[in-house]
Design a protein around this ligand. Structure first.
Ligand code: ADP
Length: 595
């Protein structure tokens, strides 16, 4: 099977074509300066092409690969693999792309604003052009099994539970590739090794890998955390951007500072390229020397920390432009690590050329306890392997990593209106205006409210949730129902037969509905990935555990699964008050309710 791997950036498109039966690389190249005098660069040189956008670039690549004598002239493509930087917690395996996957990639653009939108544009262009399976492979996925204590920040827990603010880690395919190379080269199963892998390029990260699983990457919620990089600051006291913000710097300026003006470039004042900085350091430039020292110091610090985390290291692996090519950096990182069994063969280290030596070179002394490997990384090959694994592997792809906390949404009494009711209450054809979104996609609270009139009393200013529905529905808490003097049953939304009615009052008039008043049955909305990770299905009934002053277990929670649902437990105000829950709360999944 031929697999085309695409890495779509904002102004460039990199591609690699593999024959996966042999893993032979058939072609690789890139289109640069998309939208502005684009050129197509490949082994044979560079030619100007018409590529006003990513679709144009892809068309040019396809024409090139299908030309007479080209690798796709007489053969067809089996699949396309897309590199995607951020898959968040939902996309933790390579997945076949469909509309739901595209939506999740789009959602995670908040964490990867420079990358995910470009990847998505590439995916959409490729889906329009190629009628073959398309698989997204995520930079974050390799790190998806790290334990909670490694991925949480020391922030209020709700920031994680509600907003996904946590460490994700990046460069996944590269670290995964290094682990695979180490296992193959050393002839030891990945499951039996503890590795520290260092990807040192323009972006740089270290990962602790235990038994083939990433247990901690140095990058965090975004690729900014951790090592000093070409232009990124890496670790710093978060009080620094706060101080600068108080002095008037905007978010955009701070972003620019931390992502593009820091790192090797910022410290040295020379530039982002390690070779330039190193050359200046050798000429005696003090700040260039400092930048190199800082770079090495950070790598060593992480290697040491991860060795402690793993309880020892079987092999230390280097890759990336710097890791693969700079004998000096490897030597300086390793120099004080004798205590953990690291001893470099200095000559072998100085002459190692992984690219010309089968991709992997062991530069440790023959008898050293810890192996030190230099690897020529090949993220694209790793992505191609992941594409094949996704397409031919077991279908239950999404791992259950752990039981996610379930965020709570407290539903205050509200009304869903039909067109006819809306006309009667606000005037014919009246369009209700959006005030704020609610957690479920596409639904929002309107600026307008209605009054409810029951046999015993009234409640004014009741929220309306749009869009309009076929039938008007009023969702109350038991306390509201008592105040109005109605006796609605516990029902699922939309199941209105046999329910009582009520009068609604708006600025234009009143409507008396014959039925439609319910106490909403508590339920939890889930994406299919969440359902899989909890091991539950649509319409199952589960229990949730609530911690805190009013600790309790709440049963009879109906599971509702849909690709457009975000994980959310819906309870009404009475239930929330009884359990001490608010919109910042989370609850724990406590198993299926049997019987
Ligand atoms: P990216 O992460 O941007 O894909 P690379 O992995 O190619 O980049 O790494 C680029 C970095 O590698 C640059 O800083 C470059 O200076 C550095 N590099 C390349 N060759 C050498 C070398 N021989 N010695 C030191 N650094 C090198």
């Amino acid at each position: 099977m031929k697999v085309l791997v695409l890495n779509a950036g904002s102004t460039s498109l990199k591609y690699d074509l593999y024959e996966m039966d042999t893993e032979a690389s058939l072609a690789r190249g890139r289109v640069e300066r998309i939208g502005d005098g684009a050129i197509h660069v490949n082994g044979a040189g560079s030619v100007p092409v018409s590529a006003p956008d990513i679709g144009g670039a892809l068309t040019a690549v396809l024409a090139h690969l299908s030309r007479a004598g080209g690798p796709l002239a007489h053969a067809s493509l089996g699949a396309v693999g897309h590199r995607v930087v951020h898959g968040g917690e939902r996309l933790v395996q390579p997945v076949r792309v469909d509309a739901a996957v595209e939506a999740v990639i789009e959602e995670h653009a908040v964490f990867a604003p420079l990358h995910n939108p470009s990847h998505l544009a590439g995916i959409r262009a490729a889906r329009a052009l190629f009628d073959v399976p398309q698989v997204a492979v995520f930079d974050t996925a390799f790190h998806a099994q790290m334990p909670e204590h490694a991925f949480l920040y020391g922030l209020p827990y709700e920031l994680y539970a509600k907003h996904g603010i946590r460490r994700y880690g990046f460069h996944g395919p590269s670290h995964q590739y290094m682990a695979a190379c180490a296992a193959e080269h050393l002839g030891v199963a990945a499951a039996r090794m503890r590795l520290v892998t260092c990807h040192l390029g323009g972006g740089a990260s270290v990962t602790a890998i235990d038994g083939g699983i990433s247990v901690e990457p140095s990058m965090g919620m975004t690729p900014l955390e951790g090592l000093l990089m070409a232009t990124r600051a890496g670790d710093l006291d978060p009080a620094i951007p706060l101080l600068l913000a108080r002095e008037g710097q905007t978010a955009a300026q701070l972003d620019e500072l931390l992502n593009r003006r820091s790192g090797l470039a910022g410290v040295s004042g020379i530039g982002p390229d390690f070779r330039d900085v190193q050359a200046a350091a050798e000429r005696g430039d003090v700040r260039a020397r400092l930048a190199v020292d800082l770079f090495v110091h950070r790598v060593r610090k992480y290697v040491g920390a991860y060795a402690a985390h793993l309880g020892g290291v079987d092999a230390l692996v280097f890759t990336g432009g710097i890791g693969e090519n700079s004998a000096l950096v490897r030597e300086r990182v390793c120099a004080p690590l004798g205590f953990m069994g690291v001893a470099l063969d200095r000559e072998r280290n100085a002459t190692a050329r992984a690219a010309d030596e089968g991709g992997v070179v062991d530069v440790a002394e023959r008898h050293a306890r810890t192996r030190v490997l230099v690897v020529r990384t090949d993220e694209e090959r790793m992505i191609a392997r992941e594409v094949v694994r996704c397409l031919v592997g077991p279908t239950a792809a999404v791992r259950s990593v752990r039981s996610r906390p379930i965020p709570v949404g407290v539903s205050v009494r509200h009304v869903h209106l039909s067109r006819a009711a809306c006309d009667a209450l606000f005037g014919p054809g009246y369009e209700l205006a959006r005030r704020r979104d609610v957690t479920q996609p596409g639904q929002y609270v309107t600026r307008e409210t209605v009054d409810l009139i029951g046999p015993r009393g009234e409640i004014t200013g009741v929220a309306i949730i749009n869009p309009l529905r076929k039938e008007t529905q009023v969702e109350l808490a038991r306390t509201d129902a008592l105040r109005l003097g109605v006796d609605p049953p516990l029902r699922e939304s939309g199941k209105l037969a046999g329910t009582p009615g009520l009068t609604l009052r708006g600025p234009h008039g009143q409507v008396a509905i014959e039925h439609g008043v319910i106490l909403a049955h508590r339920h939890v909305h889930m994406h299919p990935d969440d359902a899989r990770s909890f091991g539950v299905g649509d319409r199952d009934v589960i229990k949730v555990r609530i911690e805190g002053d009013r600790e309790m277990t709440m049963g009879d929670v109906i599971v509702r699964v849909h690709p457009e649902y975000a994980l959310d437990l819906h309870v009404d105000t009475d239930e929330a008050n009884a359990a001490g829950l608010g919109n910042d709360s989370v609850v724990a999944f406590d198993g299926l309710q049997v019987g």
